[in-house]
Design a protein around this ligand. Structure first.
Ligand code: UDP
Ligand code: MG
Length: 340
């Protein structure tokens, strides 16, 4: 029996690129089935992460005319990581393995074939790793590189140059579901789960249409979440800075006392004001960081669900047709704008 594969594709305002993505992935599925790498039951699951454009209506229409496509609509924008999780958890009940890929297909879909060959060899996690980052802007490349190096210093184990393009067996997704934390940083968690894993290398292309949904602000908050969800090094470094500045101030204290007794006592305003600023700054950093951790504890203790499913076209498009009787759904479908 060939394994049932579900490709999970999170989408946020992706109307420009979706027609191309539907086409490409459908072609790929047909080839994989012919090669007997996957079962005919395999699907592509598009997760609409609260898009404000025609993304959902396009996905919905595609589920009706394209047998490979299923859709999941989240009630609001919850961010790439959570949208991906929603898709993975919905998919795992009906799949033997899942592959996550971005809607813009920057990651080479031909590599999926290699993922599956590895899966057939018995690997449960296959990471897609970028060979080089020529197509990224200089800025994106250097910030990403900086991020990986910084995470390493912070003691977080990440697969270098691997974004969320990976294959996971159902077993791995089952384990992933047991991680109850609210700040799920997939790239850090998946290596923690374990199981046999390997890497496949590929070249990353440019985005085909639309623009990046990860502006600097989101990238920074993603990186910051990654660090503070996984590492206590920042709070430790604050402690070290505190100890160091205490030692330094003792040394200077002795020095100033010596000056007072044996020489020139004209101590300037500059030294006082600099030390006030310095100590004030250190205190603020310390308070800010402690606050960040307390904020995390607060969020975790609430155990809020990470997403809410609004409409579910995943199980079968027919089930949606049956539910069309339901007044609410009928109304929401009428409201969908036209696509062509
Ligand atoms: N995405 C999402 N929710 C968001 C932001 C992004 O589901 O709030 C999706 C987006 O549709 C895409 C993937 O996450 O499929 C990666 O985003 P993008 O390609 O814009 O990021 P980049 O490749 O520039 O890092
Ligand atoms: Mg992209």
């Amino acid at each position: 029996m060939n394994p049932i594969l579900t490709i999970v594709v999170p989408c946020y305002n992706e109307e420009d690129v979706l027609p191309y993505t539907f086409d490409q992935l459908k072609g790929l599925m047909l080839r994989l089935v012919t090669e007997e790498l996957i079962s005919k039951e395999s699907k592509i699951l598009f997760v609409d992460d609260g898009s404000r454009d025609r993304t959902w209506s396009m996905i919905y229409k595609e589920t009706i005319k394209n047998e490979w496509v299923r859709g999941l609509k989240l009630a609001r924008n919850v961010g790439h990581q959570n949208a991906l999780l929603a898709g993975l958890f919905a998919a795992k009940a009906v799949s033997d393995c899942v592959i996550s890929i971005d809607a813009d297909l920057q990651d080479d879909i031909e590599v999926i074939r290699e993922f599956l060959l590895k899966y057939h060899e018995g690997y449960e996690v296959v990471y897609g790793v970028r060979k080089k980052r020529d197509t990224d802007t200089f800025f994106k490349r250097s910030t990403a590189q900086g991020f990986y190096s910084f995470m390493k210093v912070m003691g977080v184990n990440l697969v270098y140059n691997h974004a969320d393009f990976r294959l996971m067996s159902r077993r791995v997704v089952d384990e992933l579901e047991r991680y109850g934390e609210a700040n799920l940083f997939l790239r850090g968690i998946v290596p923690l789960i374990g199981f046999r894993s390997t890497e496949v290398y590929y070249d990353r292309r440019e985005r085909l249409a639309g623009e990046t949904k990860y502006p600097l602000k989101k990238m920074l908050s993603f990186a910051f979440d990654g660090i503070t969800s996984f590492s206590v090094t920042p709070i430790r470094s604050v402690l070290i800075i505190g100890i160091l500045s205490f030692v330094i101030s003792m040394v200077f204290g002795v020095y100033f006392l010596c000056l007072k007794f044996f020489g020139d006592t004209e101590l300037g305003w500059t030294s006082i004001i600099t030390s006030i600023w310095c100590i004030g700054g250190i205190q603020l950093i310390a308070i800010g960081l402690i606050g960040e951790y307390i904020g995390k504890i607060y969020k975790e203790s609430k155990r809020r669900p990470k997403f809410a499913v609004d409409l579910d076209a995943f199980r079968s498009p027919i089930s949606i047709h049956e539910r069309v009787e339901d007044e609410y759904i009928q109304r929401s479908i009428q409201k969908l704008p036209e696509t062509n």
